[in-house]
Design a protein around this ligand. Structure first.
Ligand SMILES: CC(C)(COP(=O)(O)OP(=O)(O)OC[C@H]1O[C@@H](n2cnc3c(N)ncnc32)[C@H](O)[C@@H]1OP(=O)(O)O)[C@@H](O)C(=O)NCCC(=O)NCCS
Length: 289
């Protein structure tokens, strides 16, 4: 078996997607609602984006020319983030994940802080804890939005945002987690349905929404965060279930908003952090964190 860098090619992006689908039990195992072809295109585009921004952070495991595992990681201003760690079920439990994680983690050398959203897999939890991450059990909110529960928005304005506000988004992130998302906003703006921004004397924040999914939310106060989350949920199309993931106990403000609009609370996986406490109020993106 060899571990080699992922190339910025259609073939490697497809290989990462295929091994990820196998590791997670195929697309049918996900709760997401977008069409499989949209998901595939986005997955491959995301791999190529990360290979371009972080060529040293992205690794493939190959055995006899067949891809058996992948790790994609990124470094943003002193924060190391793990986007993907997957191993083909046929070779799981044989140390491939450990080797891939070691290579990806080497890209984060010199970063004092690390962050990843972990699946419920006990093997993953073991790997991450043994790599020094603190595992914060996470909740998710899911289901149809009961619009009767949506509160009057009050006097905090929220607007659709765009590329002109990237400095604001980066400032919010630096304050909350010590590092901006930088080039990842370009990807999120291109692939997610909308960006909502709040910026007033009361504070600032932003939220990406795509269909029913809240993809990322960061704000300088819980009041702004609550306003953004309510607005995002109000904009979930009728007939589409909402999904808000990666909520640790610190994000109770978001759990309360979910309960207001009738979403169901469940537990799923962990937010794993090294060298930092959970940023608050903050809902990470599973890949760009
Ligand atoms: C998580 C994953 C990447 C790990 O890769 P892997 O090659 O199986 O991992 P390794 O063999 O290097 O290490 C797994 C460790 O967990 C242990 N383990 C495996 N199954 C376990 C279980 N059910 N309970 C507890 N420990 C378990 C193994 O013994 C091993 O520990 P050790 O090396 O200290 O003995 C892989 O299992 C996978 O792709 N899972 C499905 C997708 C997923 O959840 N990815 C993580 C996303 S955050």
């Amino acid at each position: 078996m060899i571990i080699r860098p992922v190339r910025d090619s259609a073939a490697d992006a497809a290989a990462v997607r295929e091994v990820a689908a196998a590791a997670f039990g195929g697309p049918a195992a996900t709760v997401r609602q977008d069409a499989p072809d949209v998901r595939a295109v986005r997955h491959e585009a995301r791999t190529r984006h990360l290979v371009r921004t972080d060529p040293q952070g992205c690794w493939l495991a190959e055995d006899g020319g067949r891809t058996v595992g992948a790790a994609l990681s990124l470094r943003r201003e002193g924060l190391w983030l793990l986007a993907v760690l997957v191993v083909d079920p046929a070779v799981q439990g044989k140390g491939v994940g450990r080797l891939l994680l070691q290579r990806a983690a080497a890209h984060g050398r010199g970063c004092l802080r690390g962050m990843l959203c972990a699946s419920p897999s006990p093997a993953a939890a073991r790997r991450y804890r043994l790599s020094g991450f603190t595992l914060h059990p996470a909740m998710q909110l899911q289901g149809p939005v009961d619009r009767a529960g949506l509160q009057d928005p009050g006097d905090l304005p929220v607007h659709p945002g765009g590329p002109g506000q990237l400095h604001l988004l980066d400032s919010v992130d630096r304050r909350l987690r010590g590092a901006a998302h930088g080039p990842d906003h370009g990807f999120m703006l291109a692939h997610f349905e909308e960006l909502l921004v709040a910026d007033s004397l009361a504070g600032s924040g932003y939220c990406y929404r795509d269909g029913g999914e809240v993809k990322l939310l960061a704000a300088t106060s819980k009041r702004i965060a609550v306003r953004l989350l309510r607005e995002a949920l109000a904009r979930v199309p009728e007939g589409t279930d909402a999904l808000v993931e990666h909520l640790t106990a610190e994000q109770e403000w978001a759990v309360d908003v979910g309960l207001e609009v009738g979403l169901t609370v469940g537990t799923r996986g962990y937010v794993a952090l090294r060298g930092m406490r959970p940023p608050v109020p903050y809902l990470p993106n599973g890949a760009f964190l």
